[in-house]
Each structure stands twice: as C-alpha cells, then as structure tokens.
Design a protein around this ligand. Structure first.
Ligand SMILES: NC(=O)c1ccc[n+]([C@@H]2O[C@H](COP(=O)([O-])OP(=O)(O)OC[C@H]3O[C@@H](n4cnc5c(N)ncnc54)[C@H](O)[C@@H]3O)[C@@H](O)[C@H]2O)c1
Ligand SMILES: O=C(O)C[C@@H](O)C(=O)O
Ligand SMILES: [K+]
Ligand SMILES: [Mn+2]
Length: 350
C-alpha cells in the first residue's frame, strides 16, 4: 500500500483544533479508497514553541520538513504574545519561501446548503492564483532615525520569473476550467511594479490566445467580487492583493472559516503546504466552536494534488451535504460545534 508521509504543524489557536478534525476526515478518505494511507508526524512549532525557545521552529526545521511528502498546517499567530511579523516570518512565510511554494491557489464557490451573505448571488466558482514568494511581501527595506524623524521603507519586489510563473499557472488552470483569466492590477496608482505586471500579463497571454484575458484594477475587482462574483473564472494577483481578495472570497461564500488554500511547489521538488486561508482566530480559540470546513476542504486540495481527484470530490460533497443538513458552526449562523460538524462530514463520507 502506498504511504504518504505528511508533516503536520497545527500551529496556534484554532489550528490546534481544526487540524486533528481534518486529519480524521483524510484518514477516512484514504480508508475508503483503500490503495493508500497517510502517516502523520506532528511538530509542535508555533508561538508556544517560540515562547519556550525563542524560535518559531528549530534551526534545522526546513531540513526536517524536506523529508516529508507534503505539509499540513493549521494557522500561525498569537498576536497578544508574539508580534505577528515575527511569528509569520519565522514559520509560515519561511516555509513558503524556502520550499519555493511560489503559487498559492485559493478557490471560492457558492456551496450547496450555504447561503452567501450576498443578497441574490448567482452561482459563482472562481479561483485566485496568489503569487506567493515576492511582491509586497519582500524582506527589503528598513527603519532609520527616531521620533518625528523616523522613516520606514518597505520595497515591493516583482521579478519577471515570479510574475510570469504565477500568470502561466493561472492560464494553465483556466484551460481546465472556464477559459478566462483576470489579472489584478493597480497600474493607475503604482507606477513601476504594476505597469510591469501588466506588460508581463500581455506577454504571457500571447501564449494562451484561446483563453479570455483582462486586467482589472484591484479596487474595482474587489467590488465586482461582491456585485458579480459569477463573472470570474481564474484571477491572478500579487501576494498582497491575493491575500486580501481571498478573505473576501471566503466572506462571499459565507465565512472565511471555510476558505481553503494550497501553497504549491509546482516543480514538485519540495513538499507543498496545505493550510486554509483563515488565521488562528484567537477570539474563539479553545472553545471547540471553530469551523473545521476550511481545513477539511484544504485536505481535499491535498488529495487533488496527490492525484486523488474523485476522492477529493467526495470530500467536498460531504462538506456540502453537512451544510445542507443545517449542521453549521457559529460563524455560519449555526449552533453546532466543531465536533458536530466533523462527525457529520465523516458520516456523509461513509
Ligand atoms: N495562514 C495563517 O496562518 C494566517 C492567516 C491569517 C491570519 N493569521 C494570523 O492569525 C492571527 C489572527 O488573525 P486575524 O484575526 O486577522 O484573522 P483570522 O482569520 O484568524 O480571524 C478573523 C475572524 O474570522 C474568524 N474565523 C477565522 N477562522 C475561523 C474558523 N475556522 N471558524 C470560525 N471563525 C473563524 C475569527 O474568529 C475572527 O473573528 C494573527 O496572528 C494573524 O497574523 C495567520
Ligand atoms: O499574509 C499572509 O500571507 C498570512 C495570512 O494572512 C494568509 O493569508 O496566509
Ligand atoms: K492558515
Ligand atoms: Mn490572509
């Protein structure tokens, strides 16, 4: 039997609750399939680890992770105890960078059984391809002087390689979907990087003449996510624009607690990392009321990446059947617990 060795990093807050729930579902999915199994190895890295050791993960953490097939992560961050830029750059973003997980795929669609907060949504089904290695998230800049003279500089870095890679990937997946890519730009306000982004989009687009292509300013695009989400198929966005758009993608589905994500090393040279869009939700952590569906759907994306598409579809069907039954956590207006929702998904998967 094929065994996949998965490194598990529950991380902080609700990550510690939703990850075990999703593992139960993935184990059952593997059992149903019968041809493979998961071997999970859990690492206690995160803010608690930082408070004990002064590091978010050990110095050889990346080397350790390279020994696994994939990484399954919950969320990182305890802003009351560790500054967010320290915790995220010490674990989540460090892994994304060092494992060259340069593409972050984040779908959003109108789910059966889950009313969208939009008043009369048409059926939407979109996917955001977020550039995941550079852009506005660049360790370039600094702070000098103090008091009234203080200066902070943060440079955004866009390379042709990174920009092209994200755009090519977006066009490739559009080929398998509804044949359309929207590029999120802001070349009216940002005068160097975004005109460059637009030029690369036109150049890459020439290799995909059969795919519809349009550039839309991110401000208008955000409004269209609310007003006419059904008009989108694939959206390619820079790191920060993609970050913001995908919380919005979660929101129009019903909650950011259900939005899934996959940080892909598309070259398959290193493990990819599967972790949902949402964070550690300190406001509800430890109460057993977090929505596990984002983490479970993220597990479905891992199944897809491993080639088990039909099984992945069964997991998504079980999620929708659970919602249709009215078994929902508080973020979706329900009264069910994380345990109730997980049990229902397991039942529907059987
Ligand atoms: N990928 C990640 O690990 C990641 C992503 C976003 C934020 N963060 C970190 O998480 C911490 C909290 O950030 P935030 O509050 O801005 O965002 P958040 O996503 O953690 O929470 C935003 C709101 O959504 C709710 N929510 C999120 N996930 C939910 C779920 N599964 N079920 C029910 N409700 C859910 C929370 O209760 C909160 O009200 C910060 O430290 C931040 O840096 C980490
Ligand atoms: O900014 C980030 O990438 C962290 C988090 O908000 C995410 O979306 O993964
Ligand atoms: K997350
Ligand atoms: Mn985010």
């Amino acid at each position: 039997m094929k065994t996949y060795r998965i490194a598990v990093i529950p991380g902080d807050g609700i990550g510690k609750e939703v990850v075990p729930a999703a593992i139960e579902v993935l184990d059952q999915a593997a059992h149903l399939d019968g041809s493979f199994q998961f071997e999970w190895t859990t690492f206690p890295w995160g803010c608690d680890y930082y408070l004990e050791t002064g590091k978010m993960m050990p110095d050889n953490g990346i080397e350790i992770l390279k020994g696994y097939d994939q990484i399954f992560l919950g969320a990182v961050g305890m802003p009351n105890l560790v500054p967010d830029h320290i915790s995220l750059w010490g674990l989540l973003i460090k892994i994304r960078r060092e494992m060259k997980q340069s593409i972050n795929v984040r779908p959003a669609k109108l789910l059966q059984g889950l009313p969208s907060p939009l008043r009369k949504p048409n059926d939407f089904d979109l996917v955001v391809v977020r550039e995941n290695s550079e852009g506005e998230y660049a360790e370039s800049g600094g702070r000098i002087h103090s008091g009234q003279d203080e200066v902070a500089i943060q440079n955004a870095i866009f390379t042709r390689k990174g920009t092209e890679r994200a755009m090519r990937y977006a066009f490739e997946i559009a080929k398998t979907r509804r044949q359309h890519v929207t590029s999120a730009t802001k070349s009216n306000g940002i005068t160097y990087s975004m005109p460059f982004w637009d030029e690369v989009f036109v150049q890459v687009g020439k290799d995909f003449k059969d795919i519809g292509q349009v550039s839309t300013h991110i401000d208008a695009l955000a409004a269209f996510f609310v007003m006419k989400p059904e008009s989108f198929d694939v959206i390619v966005a820079s790191n920060l624009f993609g970050d913001i758009l995908t919380d919005l993608g979660g929101a129009i589905m019903g909650s950011i607690g259900i939005a899934p994500a996959a940080n892909l090393n598309i070259e398959r040279q290193y493990p990819s990392m599967f972790e949902p869009v949402h964070g550690s939700a300190p406001d509800i952590a430890g109460q057993g009321i977090a929505n596990p569906l984002g983490q479970i759907w993220t597990g479905k994306m891992m199944l897809d990446f491993l080639g088990y598409h039909e099984l992945g579809t069964r997991v998504l069907n079980a999620i929708e059947a659970t919602l249709a039954q009215g078994i929902k956590t508080a973020d979706l207006g329900g009264t069910s617990t994380l345990r109730d929702v997980t049990s229902a998904v397991l039942n529907h998967l059987r």
